[in-house]
Design a protein around this ligand. Sequence first.
Ligand code: XMP
Length: 322
Amino acid sequence: MTEIMEIPLQSLDPKEFITGKVSEIARVVGTGSAINALSGGVDSSVVTLLGHRALGNRLTSCFIDTGLMRKDEPETIRAWFLNLGVPVTIVDAREAFFDALRGLKDPEEKREAITDTFYRKVFGDLVRKSGAKFLLQGTNYTDVEETVAGIKRQHNILEQLGIDTEARYGYRVLEPVIELRKRGIRKIGEALGLPGEMYDRPPFPGPALAARVIGEVTPERVAVVREATAIVEELLENTGAFQYLAILHEDRVTGMTGGRRDFGLQVEVRCWDSTDAVTGSPTRLSFEILEKLADRITEEVEGVVSVTYNITKKPPSTIEAV
Ligand code: XMP
């Protein structure tokens, strides 16, 4: 297991970092080709640009449509990168992910199923078809730290858990931003010319909306979280908060819909003040915003009769629910 050393923000020189990583990627991949996993988050966006600078069209950037993404996400991301001169292939893998998640409720089992579908099935197939021997991905220092500490298994941590990707999946994984935390990665994104709306996006987890569905992850339950997420993002994007999200609970509660008793769904809203996701506290939102969230989510998301706001700090909470 290789020990990863953090590059702290104070000692990060973006230009030097970019030059170093671009030549390292070019050297390691040599005359071969690579695939890169683009989710549209800042980490994988930065890695996509580094890889593109190093390899040009020998890098195939793939956006995997897992069925777990936010509203309009695949097309939005493809359009953004096309603008930057980077073509993105959308891979429809919805069936594979929902098949793997069927019947699973345990958080770690769900994460394991996502990891396995992602690396073995979807990327394994892509790599076999393309002949690429490398996968570039945006693992960051916080992912490593939390996984090694046993807090939560991040979907993208492999080597630190002793997984030999070459033996298990048939390709090597390159992680150019693994020594950086979010703020450092944003600085690199800015220096690479990513537009602010991209490098300043709130973090979004690799397992996507599955990290926000407590209990079984089905297309219908993801659709509920997707709708609620769109409302939360619209109403909270100007708060300056670190991250904000909607979670679907497993339990149902009694409510009233159209004047009748309805045993309906509960959505929990979380909004975090944090600098690095390691610790966090709930943003002190105005009651007016909270009421607006409750009104819009119950009116616009079918089946929801209860909306709550999480008032717990991390720790003991974590940012996501799964
Ligand atoms: P937690 O929930 O562990 O989240 O407090 C810390 C930060 O990491 C994001 N997150 C993930 N990111 N893969 C990722 O790439 C994951 O499996 C994952 N789980 C959580 C989360 O959104 C927060 O910013």
